[in-house]
Design a protein around this ligand. Structure first.
Ligand SMILES: [Zn+2]
Ligand SMILES: [Zn+2]
Length: 244
């Protein structure tokens, strides 16, 4: 699997950057994971939106879905120009019916509900789900392909069930919206200590911190997480590519 970071900021994007969005590719299949503010603009550096095969969203906060509408506009404009543009499936949960309905747009995109109690096959990817601890319903994804495991926490406070869910992941993409001396739990987010603790307990091969805060010295998040996990730790950054 090849993972490209499109955007990595929590809540809103820094200037000229994007909030949550990741492109996951395998065997020529292109899956966009979350589509937050700024993602459509940044995405076009790596892939033509008409070449996406599917999109999946963790939850319906704006920093994860703000650019779904403009993705739909991009596809409708391109469909006028090139009639072969395909209908894009966008997978999301159905626990917020109103938000889910917006995933479907004319004959351009189709909202598809994932059942979090079942594994889901999208192209070459097998995806399982874990409900997270967040102010609105949100799901973490464990995505497997070609014997490799990629886990994305989505937005969440720390919960013990993450440990089994992320077990032995080749790459754990963990939200880290707060510094170690801050309590992210009340806001439904993790801090650097939580991320390091999870990576160690789940025995993951490497840890990438994302959903980053716009303040403070973000490199400190790596140092802080490193007090709990002795594997490789990286900060997510737009344009970064991981081979998993
Ligand atoms: Zn978020
Ligand atoms: Zn959120």
């Amino acid at each position: 699997m090849k993972l490209t970071v499109i955007g990595c900021w929590g809540g809103y994007p820094k200037v000229n950057e994007a909030s949550t969005g990741y492109l996951l590719e395998h065997d020529g299949f292109r899956l966009l994971i979350d589509c937050g503010s700024g993602v459509l603009s940044k995405l076009q550096q790596y892939v033509d939106p008409t070449d996406l095969d599917a999109c999946i969203v963790t939850h319906y906060h704006a920093d994860h879905i703000a650019d779904i509408g403009v993705l739909q506009h991009a596809l409708i404009v391109q469909k006028y120009l090139q009639p072969m543009v395909r209908n894009l499936p966008i997978y999301g949960h159905q626990l917020d019916e109103q938000a889910f309905r917006k995933l479907t747009y004319k004959d351009i995109t189709t909202g598809k509900a994932y059942d979090p109690s079942q594994t889901l096959r999208i192209g070459p990817f097998t995806i399982s789900f874990l409900p997270t601890v967040h102010p609105v319903p949100c799901f973490a994804f464990r995505i497997e392909a070609a014997g490799k495991i990629f886990v994305f926490t989505g937005d969440s406070a720390f919960q013990d069930s993450f440990i089994e869910f992320a077990k032995d992941a080749n790459l754990l993409l963990c939200e880290c919206n707060f510094y170690a001396n801050m309590d992210g739990g009340n806001a439904g987010h993790m801090n650097s200590k939580d991320a390091g603790t999870l990576a160690a307990a789940a025995n993951v091969k490497q840890l990438v911190l994302t959903h980053l805060p716009q303040y403070g010295i973000i490199e400190n998040l790596v140092t802080e997480a490193g007090e709990y996990y002795d594997g490789r730790i990286h900060l997510a950054e737009g344009g970064q590519v991981w081979e998993i």
